[in-house]
Design a protein around this ligand. Structure first.
Ligand code: SAJ
Length: 406
């Protein structure tokens, strides 16, 4: 039996996928409300294909509980945030999960960590923590790191078709873990040591952060000289060895805007480019504020409450708002004592910020300047209404005349 610990954005899909693929699975989470929802068949976030996967997993008898199970295999997918001040990994949830696992596990159990961790975490913190409890690693308990790689919006497909990395202390454990992942993963499964697995994961997200930062810097350069950054990128990408990403209002989410900080926190003297990229991406909400201010001036608008932000999530067609550029922008406005800007997102049903609307047409009625922060497919069905507004499109989703871009 596999006990999946943590049933959030990563743990839930993987638990369901393991159950669908014939493994006996128990999903554990300390959040009672979440467990109750899952038992009642109510999923806790939206994701393409998740409901169908849930149905199959339930038919295959997956169980949900707040209790840690006594078994020989654990898969840990708990949050691993970073501490804002030091930029280092906050290991609280991870160590708490490990403590509970070692209090119930079978002798010789394998603990697979899926959560993203900063390079060196296993050696510097996890091994000493477990050994301190009197456990011998490699005998009483085995460790493996199989960092998750799935992208919100396409998680279920990517669980099956993305290549995976498994870091372990020896081949035997690596092969055991590989057999589990082979039950659903159709792509290559690479075996390596734990440190390399930790590092490669953080490197992947840092690579993307740097490349987005390049696109964002280009957007600023083109804005300064009134050129169309999208046209420049489109042309440059015709070169066989150029593949520039898209600029946007900032980088959000729990991954790309977080993981590079682990490298900056651990190697402050060696991370020039990574730090600049982070700062560039973090500066984009401010760039959007400057654009809003210029457009308002041009239209003799002086009331920020006539401005509406479309999109609160960190990217299109997901309901995850963590570290979203819109939240970053609101925080900056707040610092400038500027209140009253309106907000709407079709995916965010709960009210999480001030002046948040739940009806798109009411929202449009109350604003003059619409700022598209997220390119949800939803807005494409409303272009006839949107066209009557002054529009700042930071995601390049509208192509009618008179649109302001990043
Ligand atoms: N973004 C841009 N321009 C782009 C692409 C993205 O501004 O051209 C922005 C998005 O709008 C968003 C942020 O970047 O705010 C991150 O979005 P994303 O779609 O690039 O990535 P995530 O955070 O959803 O998922 C990433 C993925 N990592 C990589 O592509 C290297 C995913 O595979 C990881 O599993 C995930 O991080 C994770 O959990 O680590």
């Amino acid at each position: 039996m596999i006990n999946v610990i943590g049933l959030g954005y990563i743990g839930l899909p993987i638990a369901l996928m393991l159950a669908k693929s014939g493994n006996v699975v128990v999903g554990t989470d300390i959040n009672k409300k979440l467990i109750q929802s899952l038992r009642n068949g109510k999923l806790t976030f939206e994701e393409k294909g998740l409901e169908e996967l849930y149905e199959t997993a339930v038919n295959n008898d997956i169980k949900f509980t707040t209790e840690y199970q006594k078994t020989d295999t654990y898969l840990v997918a708990v949050p691993t945030p970073y501490i804002k001040k030091t930029k280092k990994l906050d290991q609280r949830y991870l160590l708490n999960a490990l403590e509970r696992i070692i209090s119930v596990c079978d002798y010789g159990a394998t603990v697979i960590i899926e959560s993203t961790i900063s390079p060196g975490t296993v050696d510097k913190h996890i091994r000493p923590f477990i050994e301190q409890k009197g456990f011998v690693i490699g005998q009483d308990i085995h460790l493996a790191h199989a960092p998750e790689r799935i992208i919100p919006g396409n998680m279920i497909y990517e669980l099956e078709f993305n290549s995976r990395t498994i870091g372990a202390d020896n081949k035997e454990i690596a092969e055991k873990v590989k057999r589990i992942y082979s039950s659903f993963c159709k792509a290559e499964i690479v075996i390596t040591d734990i440190r390399s697995a930790e590092m490669s994961k953080v490197v992947e997200n840092t690579y993307r952060d740097i490349n987005i930062a390049f696109a964002n810097e280009l957007a600023k350069i083109c804005r300064a000289d009134n050129m169309d950054v999208y046209e420049i990128i489109r042309i440059a990408n015709k070169h066989p060895r150029v593949n520039i990403l898209q600029p946007g209002p900032g980088v959000g989410g729990h991954c790309i805007s977080v993981d590079p900080w682990f490298l900056v926190g651990d190697y402050p003297d060696l991370t020039n480019m990574i730090l600049i990229a982070r700062k560039t991406n973090d500066s984009m909400p401010e760039h959007v504020i400057n654009r809003i201010r210029d457009i308002m001036r041009e239209h003799s608008m002086n009331d920020i409450s006539r401005v509406g932000l479309y999109g609160l999530t960190y990217k299109e067609d997901v309901d995850d708002t963590r570290e979203s550029p819109t939240l970053q922008l609101l925080e900056r406005l707040d610092k400038h004592l500027s209140y009253g800007i309106k907000v709407y997102d079709p995916f965010v049903k709960e009210t999480i910020v001030e002046n948040q609307y739940h009806d798109f047409e009411n929202f449009l009625d109350d604003i003059e300047l619409l700022v598209i922060m997220v390119g949800h497919v939803h807005i494409k069905g409303y272009f006839d209404l949107v066209e009557n507004k002054i529009v700042l499109d930071t995601k390049n989703v509208c192509d009618f005349n008179g649109i302001y871009k990043l």
